[in-house]
Ligand binder design. Sequence first.
Ligand SMILES: C[S@@+](CC[C@H](N)C(=O)[O-])C[C@H]1O[C@@H](n2cnc3c(N)ncnc32)[C@H](O)[C@@H]1O
Length: 214
Amino acid sequence: MDFLPEEIEGYSEQFSAVESDLLAEINRFTNAKVLMPRMLAGHLQGRVLAMLSKMISPKHVVEVGTYTGYSALCWAEGLADGGRVDTIEVNDELQSVVEAFFAKSEYRENLHLHIGDAGDVIDSLQAPFDLVFLDADKRNYPNYLKQVLPKVNVGGYIIADNVLWSGKVTSDPRNMDEETAALHEYNELVTDNPNLDNVLLPVRDGLMIARKIA
Ligand SMILES: C[S@@+](CC[C@H](N)C(=O)[O-])C[C@H]1O[C@@H](n2cnc3c(N)ncnc32)[C@H](O)[C@@H]1O
């Protein structure tokens, strides 16, 4: 769900940098050919992710939930010299699509797709991580937080998408479905952790930005 009125979202896109030709191609392809195209970050959020990456200049990004590769390419835009994005996708039917898009990218040498369950793949990746992007199965967000936190550098970031879950996180916790409850728990875990500084940005479906401070 978008929390912004359509005309405000359109205006914000109009006055944000345009998508690259490759990102526009992925956007079009995903909307025409892939199930649940709503999962793709899209123009405005993609520019937010790319700008965050340029501000942080991470050497090592770990993305949980590749889908068709849109957000991985956005993260790649801000990598430090020689940096890498490890992106994890459980759906092997997307592998050839993502690899074909990555092959067209100027960042192809920096992009590494891992097909498998994120819970397993994260532990096979060499730490430390400078930036982790959570954008996969919502029920596991609290588990992913516990799993990645020791692997993130002090000064590094954990950024999670969909933490507002169309506003459902504001409902009575006794009536929350499993995904909403997990996202609400994630927001509590991040906010209550004295080793994290955080802000919840109501961009698109909610981006929780957490910085490891100790
Ligand atoms: C919201 S989409 C990711 C969108 C992508 N980050 C973007 O903005 O372009 C979520 C993806 O996570 C994948 N996924 C779900 N559970 C997963 C798991 N346990 N491990 C890895 N990927 C998973 C889904 O197959 C789906 O492609």
